[in-house]
Design a binder for this molecule. Structure first.
Ligand code: SAM
Length: 338
């Protein structure tokens, strides 16, 4: 990794010229919306913090607007992961203008393994300051939501980009999703994503970008969201267990929370075990899902974890599967009677 002494890029064709030069028409089916205004990409990059001599992974660089801002901010080792091969020549042009500072991966960020993508010496202890490694991206909305769920799971397991420590993320989301990620208890946008993101990290919406800033213009505005993993997650249970409890609670978001929690248990013991869970967690069964705090979710997941240890098959129980089997048996009985 070289030190970016003089980090500003030499003059390059504009992003608009790159798009024209390589005939990079945005593909609607890939939800490609480009940022051409370098003042705006600089503003996004500033939200990540000080990038001087940092390692950065940019996901979905496309024609390279954010890429240029990352390099101009002084990143020393920039790994870009782009799925669409049409963008690779334009990215190579940027790479040649910043010798030794850019690595280009033509691949899918959803499957790209980041554990070994950066030198081990940048690794920091989890309890230390975050490492000098940042993940930055303006991804299509269809990718950013599954990707943040995957990264939150890796954050919880300290794998992927979090094998290097508390790696910070600066990502764009559809405004509505950005609002869900940061929503506090009691707000209309409070959802599964709010709990999953907030129990593991400090999440902030930095600013909103109007849809008209993108080419082509999407139908929605976009939020820039920054995540810093917490030293101590606010819930100390395995990710999958937290996800199961939170998913069940929010499946009936307008009902009292006991309704969703009931579905964690087989029909025969449903009411008794839900009562036991709520009693152990000391949570009011008539709370609505959106009103439950992260602390109350901690109490619920701790109580559910304990019940799972006492009842070995409980965690693998899925009420949809029980329902499917019940319907199957019912159909069989009906056809036997005919
Ligand atoms: N970062 C550029 C910008 O801000 O102008 C492009 C943004 S565009 C919304 C999203 C980019 O992500 C496109 O270049 C697209 O090809 C790329 N992309 C989409 N899915 C991807 C995936 N699974 N892995 C890597 N790149 C992906």
């Amino acid at each position: 990794m070289q030190m970016a002494a003089s980090c500003r890029l030499p003059p390059l064709p504009t992003i608009r010229e790159i798009i024209r030069l390589y005939n990079l028409r945005a593909q609607k089916q890939l939800s490609q919306n480009f940022l051409l205004d370098l003042r705006l990409t600089d503003k996004i990059i500033r939200q990540a913090g000080n990038l001087r001599n940092a390692c950065v992974c940019e996901v979905g660089p496309g024609p390279g607007g954010l890429t240029r801002s990352i390099l101009n901010a002084g990143a020393a080792d920039l790994l870009v992961v782009e799925k669409d091969s049409r963008f690779i020549p334009g990215l190579q042009l940027i790479s040649e203008a910043a010798p030794g500072r850019v690595r280009i991966v033509h691949g899918d960020v959803l499957t790209y393994g980041m554990d070994t993508a950066f030198p081990p010496h940048i690794t920091k202890e989890w309890e230390d300051e975050p490492p000098d490694l940042h993940i930055i991206g303006n991804l299509p909305f269809s990718v950013s939501t599954p990707l943040i769920i995957k990264w939150l799971e890796e954050m919880s397991n300290r794998t992927g980009p979090f094998a290097f420590g508390r790696t910070r993320l600066t990502l764009t989301f559809q405004k509505e999703v950005a609002e869900r990620l940061t929503a506090s208890a009691g707000s209309r946008q409070r959802s599964r994503l709010s709990i999953m993101a907030q129990y593991l990290s400090t999440v902030n919406t930095c600013f909103t970008i109007p849809g008209r800033a993108f080419v082509p213009k999407p139908d929605v505005d976009v939020g820039v969201v920054h995540f810093t993993p917490l030293v101590k997650p606010r819930i100390q249970q395995p990710f999958k267990l937290v996800e199961k409890v939170v998913r069940n609670v929010f499946q009936f978001r307008r009902k009292h929370c006991h309704k969703g929690l009931e579905m964690l248990f087989p029909e025969a013991q449903r009411l008794r075990m839900t009562e036991e869970l709520l009693r152990r967690a000391d949570v009011d069964p008539t709370l609505r899902p959106a009103d439950i705090s992260v602390g109350q979710f901690r109490a619920l997941t701790d109580a559910y974890g304990k019940l799972c240890r006492e009842n070995t098959d409980l965690f693998s129980y899925e009420f949809r599967e029980e329902l499917r089997q019940k319907r199957h048996r019912h159909r069989q009985m009906k056809s036997e009677r005919r």
